[in-house]
Design a protein around this ligand. Sequence first.
Ligand SMILES: [Zn+2]
Length: 450
Amino acid sequence: MGNHYDLVIRNGILVCSDGIKKADVAVAEGKIVAIAEEISGTAKETIDASEKYVFPGVTDGHVHFNEPGRTEWETLASGSRAIAAGGGVAFFDMPLNSSPCTLDAKSFQEKLTIAQKESLVDFGLWGGLTATNLDKLEELAECGVVGFKAFSCHSGIDEFPRMDDYTALKGMEKLAKLGLPLMVHCENAEITQKLTDLALANGQTGVWDYFAARPPIVEIENIARMISFAEETGCKLIIAHISTAKGIELITQARSRGVDVCGETIGHYLIFTDEDVARLGTVAKCSPPIRDAQNLTKMWAKFLNGEIAFISSDHSPCDPKLKDGEFLKVWGGISACQSTLPALLTHAYHDRKVPLALIARLTAENVNETFGIEGKGKIAVGYDGDFALVNLNKEFVLKAEDLYYKHKVSPYVGCTFRGVVTQTILRGTTIFKDGKIVSKPIGKHLRPKI
Ligand SMILES: [Zn+2]
């Protein structure tokens, strides 16, 4: 008598952290229990993954699903389905732009209750650090937040005040004690505000005016400042959505002298240039803005060199009406959480020969490791049975109707991708297959181990 499993995936090419290998993988009670060239025994379900690459399911560390409070923009149900359709098994939801923002235990519980009911995939929840909630960090830590998010500049939402330097220093002192990371949106508030005010006063509201109002130096200066606070306090610091190669360089230098800092970047900073944004229009507006081609080349060099900790989508949708108007004035935020893996397979693997194992680490393993989420993010015995099955050489053009977002808009619509997610499996259960969501919500709350 052989073993009996819940699921065996046979004949696939597994994308493990140390490389790719052709092997079978078996799951029992939601966990990977065996990986071998050929697994004997029986299973309730067998998937033939011949010709398919089996990735660890994506964990998107940075999304804005806006529930509760702004469900006309996106919801935990629609957003989590989009995650699954992109090969994802988990996401970490930002403390804004939900309303209330997640700034204390009460608002956390409110979001948690909805997510437990509505989320198709597993989820972690971020807390916020603002000038007004320094006294709430302990209670949010007890709730199980994955970390704290803060903005050096205006957040775009008045209910989420920016973190002034005093709050940054005091907040990091507290978080160092709590053992939780702080992620900062780094753009110098005074300079961006002044440049934006001047542009508005002069009627300079086009796309190139927007870029000029948020030059690279505002990010670079603020990353350096935040690193100083992290170095002083010992707080674990994560720089959000880095848009400049110079910013990554600052992180690498700080790490080499022992500072606990790392950087996240977003697919669109690696794929689009300022010229693309000018062509695409407000659908591609985000902050910090997408930079020039020269910076993009340098970003890829940093990516290949392992200087980026993980890649997220920063999925930040809104009502499309808020994107209608002059570039400088409209909402900044890009809808992207369904496209991170196909975009990386296309632009990193096919175009630039980035190893698949590195893509898997940056979209799954490193995310979970950075936040102390145990047992998730890689194909290894003892880990959750989370997989994205991919047809690596098949091409497709992303159509608006393929998107699971509440509003079917994204700068990726019309892009040709090479690498199709055919099936997503969460803890042994297929949740997405051949373009369809095939499961009810089964998402569980993920808490960091600290
Ligand atoms: Zn964001």
